[in-house]
Design a protein around this ligand. Structure first.
Ligand code: HEM
Length: 138
C-alpha cells in the first residue's frame, strides 16, 4: 500500500541540483525586493546567503552534505537567534518560498514535501512571538 502512495526517492534524487538552484535563486530575488524580509538580511550582497541556503536545502533533501562540511551542524534555531522573527516575518518568508516553488516549477511529489518542510521549519524559527501580539508595553 504505502509504496503506491509516494516514492521513497529523496527530493534531491527526484528534482536534482539544478532545480534546487533555480528555487533558491527565485527565493532570493523576492527577498531582495521584500519590505519585511530585506531589512533582516545583514549583507548588502545576498549572494553568500543564497549559497548557504542552497547548500542547506540540497543537504536537507538528500543531496551531498557540503553545507555541514562548510558550516557544521545546521542549528537553525541558534543561527536565526540574531534575527527578530515574528509571525509577519515567518509569513513573508513562507510566501516568498511558495512563490519561488511555483516559479521554479517544482512538481509533485517534491512540491508537497518541500512546502510542508518550509512551512513547519519557518514556524519553528519564530523567536519573537510577541512581535505579532502588539501588547501594550507596561
Ligand atoms: C524553512 C525555514 C528556514 C530555513 C530552512 C532557513 C535556513 C537558513 C540557513 C541554512 C541559513 C544560513 C545559516 C548559516 O549557515 O549561517 C539562514 C540564514 C538566515 N535566515 Fe533563514 N531559514 C528559514 C527561515 C527563515 C525565516 C522565517 C527568516 C526571517 C524572516 C530567516 C532569515 C534568515 C536570515 C536573516 C539569515 C542570515 C542570512 C545569511 O545567511 O547571511 N530565515 N537561514
Amino acid at each position: 500500500m504505502s509504496e503506491s502512495r509516494h516514492s521513497s526517492k529523496s527530493v534531491y534524487a527526484l528534482i536534482g541540483e539544478a532545480a534546487i538552484a533555480r528555487l533558491i535563486a527565485a527565493f532570493y530575488r523576492r527577498v531582495k525586493d521584500d519590505p519585511v524580509l530585506r531589512p533582516l538580511y545583514p549583507e548588502a550582497d545576498l549572494a553568500a546567503a543564497e549559497r548557504r541556503l542552497r547548500l542547506f536545502v540540497v543537504q536537507y533533501f538528500g543531496g551531498p552534505s557540503d553545507y555541514s562540511a562548510e558550516r557544521g551542524h545546521p542549528r537553525l534555531r541558534m543561527r536565526h537567534a540574531p534575527f527578530a522573527i515574528g509571525r509577519a516575518e515567518r509569513d513573508a518568508w513562507v510566501a516568498a518560498m511558495l512563490a519561488a516553488l511555483d516559479e521554479a516549477q517544482i512538481g509533485e511529489p517534491a512540491y508537497s514535501e518541500m512546502r510542508q518542510y518550509f512551512e513547519n521549519a519557518a514556524t519553528f524559527l519564530i523567536n519573537r512571538p510577541d512581535l505579532t501580539l502588539h501588547e501594550p508595553k507596561p
